[in-house]
Design a protein around this ligand. Structure first.
Ligand SMILES: [Zn+2]
Length: 157
């Protein structure tokens, strides 16, 4: 399992819902946790590892890695501009406006429905990963000049 780097079509294509909560899904999530830890990240979506399905993992405010399957944002609060990075664009940090807090509904690996309220860095990570599942890369959330500079920074590597 490898992390796909931007630009790549899979990162700009909306993911399909998860319908089967089986061993295969459990295995993929276990592998993703390992890949994310090794890369030193705090969030990773399925399409970033080549699987166009609607789920992601994040490291929460307590340091546990949690999976969010078929997530749906119910509500957001506030707006804040903060530096953000992505494992698909190593070492490119951009200031991105996002809500300060989020209420999100999702399923866990067993298919059970759950709800989480998050704020601060955890909310930002959830919103960033949620965007991945919609095929939205964080480069699209900044102005054209910033995006251009970020792209040329990626190409230089
Ligand atoms: Zn990302």
């Amino acid at each position: 399992m490898n992390i796909i780097k931007y630009p790549n079509d899979i990162l700009e294509t909306p993911c399909e819902p998860v319908t089967e909560f089986n061993d295969e899904l459990r295995d993929i999530i276990t592998k993703m946790k390992d890949v994310m830890q090794k890369a030193g990240g705090i969030g990773l979506s399925a399409n970033q590892v080549g699987i166009s399905k609607s789920f992601f993992i994040i490291k929460d405010s307590k340091g546990s890695i949690v999976e969010f399957i078929n997530p749906k944002i119910i509500d957001v609060e506030g707006m804040v501009n903060f530096r953000e990075g992505c494992l698909s664009a190593p070492n490119v940090y951009l200031n991105v406006f996002r809500p300060e807090a989020v209420l999100i509904e999702y399923q866990d690996v067993t298919g059970e429905k759950r709800k989480t309220y998050a704020e601060g860095l955890e909310a930002r990570t959830i919103l960033h990963e949620y965007d991945h599942l919609q095929g939205v890369f964080y480069f699209s959330k900044v102005n054209r000049a910033t995006r251009k500079a970020a792209l040329s920074q990626l190409k230089r590597r």
